[in-house]
Write a protein that binds this ligand. Sequence first.
Ligand code: HC0
Ligand code: SF4
Length: 580
Amino acid sequence: EVKITIDGKEINVPSGSTILQGAEQLGIHIPTLCHLDLHDIKMVNQSASCRVCVVEVEGRRNLVPACATTVTDGMVIKSNSIRVLNARKTVVELFISDHPKECLTCSKSGECELQDLAEKMGIRNINITGDAMSTYKKEFTTSIIREMDKCIMCRRCETMCNDVQSVGVLSGINRGFDAVVAPAFDEPLENTVCTHCGQCVAVCPVGALSENDNTWKVIEGLADPDTTVVVQTAPATRVALGEAFGYEAGSVVTGEMVAALRRLGFDYVFDTDFAADLTIMEEGTELLGRLEEYLNGKEVALPILTSCCPAWVNFIESQYEELIDIPSSARSPQQMFGSIAKTYFAEKLNVPREKMMVVSIMPCLAKKFEASRDEFSVEGNPDVDVVLSTRELAHLIKRANINIAELEKESYDNPLGISTGAGLIFGVTGGVLEAALRTAYETKTGETLEKLEFEQVRGFDGLRVAQVDMGEITLNVGIAHGLSHARKLLDEIKEGNPRNLHVIEVMACPGGCIGGAGQPYHHGDVNILKKRIASIYSEEKNITIRKSHENPAVKELYETYLGKPMGEKAHHLLHTHYAF
Ligand code: HC0
Ligand code: SF4
């Protein structure tokens, strides 16, 4: 331990700490811009490039960045001297001088960390002039918009893409005014192995990276009297939407969200949780089928991998050709929903699929890409027409001058709005596996589970393994969230699966879908993710039916329309294939 003094306050901190960490312990807030410490998910961006966090250290001639300067015993620090304030102001002014002044129309307006600093520092005009200004072409992918003239070179996106996701398509290129973070050789992002996970967007402090906004398409659909507009809401959206309206992180606003969607004019408000239950019926059957063969000594593709996370699917398809036959062939709940909405439900209503618009509200940006895949459309008509992120839904609601706090809670429509607790927990890391285990256990053993919670698969560690008793067999299961952890498991499998894993769940985003890149920004507070997880689990306890195979609407769908899980019709409507 070393003793330091910041702004006249003394404290002992572990040696090796930075000044910033010491200040935090004292409750002294030093502003930062490039810095981001998400150590719970193993992401620490310490590029020390922005210099907003400079402080004065007694005995040192130059100011030092608090985020990257290690404390020494007896260090005396001033975090708020006039010299510091002046330097910080100049730094922020320099950033703004080379930044488009588009705050009124910027996608990050109100959420931008640079705007926030300028406001806090009372910067009212920029006296720095010069001809040079970064100019970059705006680039669109299906999921993401890059406006690199707004890039401030904090490199958070690069750290995220490399360290947490291990995808590594972003790095610093060029010099001086042309310096940006981009794919190698400035290739368009769409041409790289980018998974569309959007986690780079989730940590960008400014408007350089944002989602490809599709709200207007939905407004047009809602305005057309000849279009039946059906909406599904993903499990994780209900514990995050409230944040956009000033609710505490993790507040559950399911009923308010449903009411708001009806006010907006959606004809049917349904739940992706229903389709999650359907996924369990298919994926669970597939799992039991593969296990059966395995137990009979047959050659079979194991471990089976969950396939509902579209960024994860993109990751395997672009980087693990040799493992392409092991993911479950089950489509994701989003796509199962779209497929069922435009067949079973459209037939019920007697509406042709071209006259039905299916909108998804997702916590995720990769879902936009998933919905656009060719295999999920019929003669050019997609199963899911438009995907909006939770943030885009918040905008849509605000644009209609609705405050969700003033709405009476409402319930989902029938039949595609009926779901179980198992469907709800899909939204958190470990949840898809737990939902599958509940159904697989009861189907395989014929016994009723006494305790539905599989605590051994819950948690926040990036990589978890557990054993689950299934009667005849003890299953070895693996769970990864964050693609770098998934990579470890895939590399293990390539090396012969030494842990003899039978099932693996992967979610690309930290925390699972609750941490998706379409959720209200967490601004570096991992506790927000943990609160959303806690809410999903506590909400789930209150749901009467908690096993997918007991969902009455799913049962009816099989009885009256699909036939058996993995049967011919189910195969056609609910399964897919992967390609390298
Ligand atoms: Fe998820 Fe999903 S749980 S990926 O995490 O499986 O996005 O919330 O909607 O499709 O259900 C996201 C969340 C979904 C799907 C479901 C799955
Ligand atoms: Fe990397 Fe994901 Fe961003 Fe693509 S979307 S660049 S994979 S962090």
